[in-house]
Design a protein around this ligand. Structure first.
Ligand code: SF4
Length: 505
């Protein structure tokens, strides 16, 4: 590694409090985020795994990113090929296309078949691995199908115990641990997602404060899963019904962050659903702390709660009507009327919120045009400053809409142009969203199997291939690539839910 990269690492390390600098460990692990430092260090899950691994005396865990210094660890600028284990934490499908490049830069053979006894064991975990690990079967040795806090450490203990044995024997032993999917040993077996006891998790918060992270906040986890069950979203169907951490543990984590003089970032899907959310907000405000939330369900934006958010320093809120067409919204299982959104915007405006970000998707299988979008935005913009994000709908595995393909590139372009021209003359603070081309690649990776091996190896997918794969429709009887993952939600139920989206009884 050159001096330039090393000095880049130094800059990031000097801007951190809470990282580990172990020199020794019986098992060395490179924990890799397939993105840059700033994004990786803004994720609570990544920080927690790093900490848990380093808290075990006999393990030495270092981090690696695509920037700075792709292929080398951050802490000691060690090339990835010199670690015993290289573990990827994968949160987005587009990150699949970065893994081969990272392995190459790190001096590790990309294909599992080309690795020998002296090469690191390559593992992967994260929400995408619960949804559909199959596109990575040929470059990852072991997938962890579960929440790390459950039994994630067992995998590393076994890899330490089996050091010195042949690669094949080690993988065979690892494959016997519940939650460890090893395609080279058994790619036909079914795997149930291993969940952790979340409600009584004493600590689930940041461990590193970093100047280089996207958000300099103390992250505190509030909830996992979701009970709303929107038909396009994986949270309920993959992560299960909502689980809430005990408020006494949440408040203890909050106090720790506030004692360090930091703003609190409350983390979780649908945070405002926590049965004690008001007390949690009041607990922060009482000690003059500030906090932020990622997004809010409109049903939860009551006068009382919004005034607490404002007292906690929040000036911008994100809500997701998903579509401006109320009938389409109901098909997605978001049952609120337009009026509910406008009412929430009024409450926000009166309480002192300065702007609201509205999230929409377009290209749902039952959507032919974007009629009404301009009117909806015009009405919203008269109530409060708004910014708008519009992204193509990407169907996700294990959701009721998993059998449906994305709309063609031509159709998506037509819908986007219609949306854009309908808001052209309106006062919007900001208008953006995911681009169509990368959404189609995301859609292709999300619902494919091993056929995307060459794209994953090459780190790119042609537009033509992406569109062909992303627009595929599956029949109910079709064996889906991700059928090997058991979420606890029956396929028949998902099909029934899908039927409801299409107006079937
Ligand atoms: S979109 Fe939000 S409310 Fe709906 S299921 Fe997903 S996380 Fe829950």
């Amino acid at each position: 590694m050159g001096w330039k990269e090393e000095s880049g690492n130094k800059t990031f390390l000097e801007g951190e409090v809470g990282s580990f600098s172990k020199k020794f460990g019986d098992l060395s692990i490179a924990l890799v985020y397939p993105g840059n430092y700033s994004a990786g260090m803004s994720g609570l899950g990544f920080q927690k795994i790093y900490r848990e691994l380093n808290l075990v005396d006999i393990f030495r865990c270092e981090r690696a990113f695509t920037f700075p210094s792709k292929g080398y660890s951050l802490e000691r600028a060690e090339r990835l090929c010199f670690f015993d284990v290289v573990s990827f934490s994968v949160c987005f499908e587009l990150q699949y296309l970065k893994i081969a490049e990272i392995l190459k830069s790190g001096g590790i053979p990309v294909s599992v078949n080309d690795r020998g006894d002296r090469d690191p064991i390559v593992t992967a975990g994260g929400i995408c691995m619960f949804m559909n690990p199959v596109p990575l079967y040929d470059i990852v040795d072991v997938f962890w199908i579960g929440e790390f806090e459950s039994k994630g450490l067992e995998l590393y203990h076994e890899l330490l115990k089996s050091k010195g044995l042949s690669r094949g024997e080690r993988l065979k032993r690892v494959s016997e641990i519940p939650g460890c999917l090893v395609p080279s040993v058994n790619d036909k077996k079914k795997y149930e997602i291993i969940r952790a006891g979340f409600e009584n998790m004493e600590s689930s918060c940041s461990s590193i404060i970093s100047d280089g992270a996207q958000f300099k906040m103390w992250l505190v986890e509030v909830s996992r899963g979701c009970s709303w069950g929107c038909r396009f979203c994986a949270v309920k169907w993959v992560c299960g019904a909502a689980r809430y951490r005990d408020k006494k543990f949440i408040l203890a984590d909050i106090r720790e962050g506030l004692s360090r003089g930091l703003k609190i970032g409350l983390v979780g899907p649908s945070i405002l659903d926590h049965p004690y959310i008001e007390e949690i907000c009041e607990g922060i405000i009482r000690i003059n702390g500030e906090f932020s939330i990622s997004s809010a369900r409109v049903e939860r934006l009551t006068e009382n709660l919004v005034s607490l958010l404002v007292s906690g320093g929040i000036r911008q809120i994100t809500i997701a009507p998903e579509t401006a067409d109320c009938a389409a919204r109901k098909k997605l299982n978001k049952k609120f009327e337009d009026e509910k959104v406008f009412n929430a915007l009024n409450i926000c405006s009166q309480a002192g919120i300065e702007s609201v970000k509205l999230y929409f998707m377009y290209g749902f299988p039952f959507e032919e045009d974007a009629a009404g979008f301009g009117d909806f935005i015009s009405k919203a913009g008269k109530i409060i400053n708004i910014s708008v994000s519009c992204s193509p709908f990407v169907p996700k595995p294990h959701t009721p809409l998993q059998w449906n393909g994305m709309r063609s590139k031509t159709k998506l372009k037509a819908l986007f142009n219609e949306i854009k021209s309908s808001v052209k003359s309106l006062r919007i603070k900001d208008f953006g969203g995911e681009d169509i081309k990368s959404s189609l690649v995301q859609g292709a990776l999300s619902r494919s199997g091993r056929e995307v091996f060459h794209a994953v190896m090459a780190g790119r997918m042609s537009s033509k291939e992406a569109e062909a794969l992303a627009t595929r429709e599956y029949e109910f009887e079709y064996a889906l690539p991700w059928d090997s993952i058991i979420t606890g939600c029956d396929k028949g139920l998902l099909w029934k839910e899908r039927g409801k989206a299409f107006g079937e009884k």
